[in-house]
Design a protein around this ligand. Sequence first.
Ligand code: ATP
Ligand code: MG
Length: 400
Amino acid sequence: MQYDHILIRYGEIALKGKNRKQFITKLQENIRHKLKAFPNVKVKRTQGRMFVLLNGHDPDEVMDKCQQVFGIQSLSLAIKMENEEEAIKEAALFALINADDVKTFKITVKRIDKDFPIRSQDMNKVLGGHLLSNTEGYTVDVHHPDVEIKVEIRTEATYITSSVRPGLGGLPVGTAGKSLLLLSGGIDSPVAGYLAMKRGVEIEAIHFHSPPFTSERAKQKVLDLAEQLTQYGKKVRVHVVPFTKLQQEIFREMPEAYAMTIMRRMMFRISEAVCKQESILSMTTGESLGQVASQTMESMNTINEVTNYPIIRPLVAMDKDDIIKISHQINTYNISIRPYEDCCTVFVPKSPKTRPRREKVNQFEGQHDFSSSLEEAINGIEVIELTDDAATTTEFDDLL
Ligand code: ATP
Ligand code: MG
């Protein structure tokens, strides 16, 4: 006997009607994609659950992969048996003997198939008795057992599980539309992308690159970050914007104290143009309130004036420590701290306005025509598609 299935539980409580169906279909599709390196596995669904048939593949390897898929609440190794008393007894005994470091146990039977002749309570006793009389050194503890052996008697079969591993939670990527992630080489924006994905959002990325002030390595760093994010969402297309000319023009033509604000407004204008081209309905940034000069309330108000697209800011109320913690968990931290300059660190005004007012900024922008440089930047965009084939895998334990 062996564990031949993985039982996948998803939180469906908040989902109704059409959403629920879409959730389940996407989840199944995303699990299948994640397990594409295991040719024999089958991903099946039954009422309220999903199952992975291992067909000989290593259970732990497959579990690790499943633990990176958003939308899974928890998962367990399971043995599938026919709905027959002796077979179930045998499997429950196997589950107990194969659980590590266990002295006390509890059996929980759930009889979903009402044609099965023994009621849940009675079956609990039958199985408990069977385990006690066929082993030594174990006792029953219904309150704090070392292991809970769950027996689900369903119409098609009975599933026996012991340990439960947590999943990532969230919603399956692809159920919440697409967002354009403004991806710098910093610590914050990859984390923002990860958290948006956790709510089911599919990500495309945009990066503003200013060669020769920013190097090829700075660009590669951003591509490496995007590749890391593909672990959670199959692929990420990165739009690399040639930003040098526009940036130089801003710093030449605009008052230095306002250059940062105006540069950010240009980023949003270009990002919105890309959204329109690609039919993307929102943008996501790594902004966190009060972190730097451009992230004060006044700054956000003035920068945000140029677009009425929704801007998702998953980090807006988070502390830096917590953001850093997540960046370690998703393996982006070590990429983010590579020392290559980003366009915003190269062009830094000595004393940027921390409270730039809309009226002032509009007045300055009105004194110069940026349209041809803006257009040039948009027309010069290079699109690079990254897939999860090369992304390194995060150990799931790090994610908790
Ligand atoms: P990060 O760690 O993400 O770089 P930050 O704390 O450095 O954030 P800012 O430099 O103010 O903050 O940038 C705020 C946000 O603007 C970033 O999180 C990112 O979403 C976007 N952004 C900044 N620079 C770029 C860039 N060169 N390309 C694309 N997006 C950028
Ligand atoms: Mg930055």
